[in-house]
Design a protein around this ligand. Structure first.
Ligand code: URA
Length: 234
């Protein structure tokens, strides 16, 4: 966030007044007088105005991103890969992803700067159902569907009841929706592997009753007030 906005959102001054404070040398960042009026405050910066430390209270932002394949779900990546942050670079708040999608999974990812909200949404006790559309190799028999629904062993962990719906059965592949209530690492891929089908493509299409809909890949929209309340009270 730009320094003048940061000072303004701490309730100390208007943005114009903040610019004056900066040009008068009254603002320090990490102990040094700030000489750069366009400075972007980053995580961990210590900002002082007239010798007093200030902290911005950002407006809460809630975003639903349609993550494409090939982007990692982290705030920064030490291997310099593309991250979901690149897709929301124009959002003027320090948002972060809520939960995780694999790099080769696409679909719905919520991002926010509201830590309490993120905690609620990811806490196992809330068991937020998540629905994935998977293209899997081979045929998915009724018997396999029942096994997936009742719980399969994915390496020392038996999954809790899931919901499975065949969208389209083809000769050599099946398109299937699966709703799960947990978020173990690569859970959906491991579940299909446990019944002998390989996941070729995976997309998250819903979190609870909130659906990805027609949002284009790589694009995002703000969650509505109703959607935020639904996620908070569910
Ligand atoms: N399950 C997976 O296997 N991958 C994801 O990204 C999400 C759920």
């Amino acid at each position: 966030m730009r320094i003048n906005k940061y000072i303004a959102s701490a309730g100390l001054a208007s943005r114009r007044k903040a610019d004056e404070l900066i040009s008068n040398g009254n603002v320090r960042v990490n102990g040094l007088v700030l000489r750069e009026p366009g400075y972007d405050v980053v995580e961990g910066d210590v900002v002082e105005v007239n010798g007093r430390r200030i902290e911005a209270s950002e407006k809460k932002v809630y975003i639903l991103l349609n993550k494409p394949v090939g982007f990692v779900t982290t705030v920064s990546d030490d291997k310099a890969r593309d991250t979901v942050m690149d897709l929301v670079a124009d959002v003027d708040a320090r948002i972060f992803p809520v939960g995780r999608l694999d790099c080769n999974t696409s679909g719905m990812l919520i991002m926010t700067n509201d830590g309490d909200f993120a905690y609620r949404l990811t806490h196992p006790k809330h068991e937020m159902p998540k629905t994935y559309r998977a293209l899997v190799s081979g045929v998915l028999s009724d018997e396999k569907c029942r096994r997936l629904e009742n719980g399969v062993n994915i390496g020392g962990f038996v999954t809790s009841p899931a919901k499975v719906r065949i969208v389209k059965g083809m000769q050599k592949a099946t398109l299937v929706d699966i709703t799960i209530h947990e978020g173990k690492n690569r859970q959906v891929r491991k579940m299909f592997k446990a019944v002998g089908n390989k996941v070729e493509q995976l997309q998250r299409i819903a979190i609870g009753d909130i659906h990805l809909g027609r949002l284009a890949e790589g694009h995002y929209r703000k969650l509505t007030r109703e959607e935020i309340d639904y996620l908070l009270t569910r």
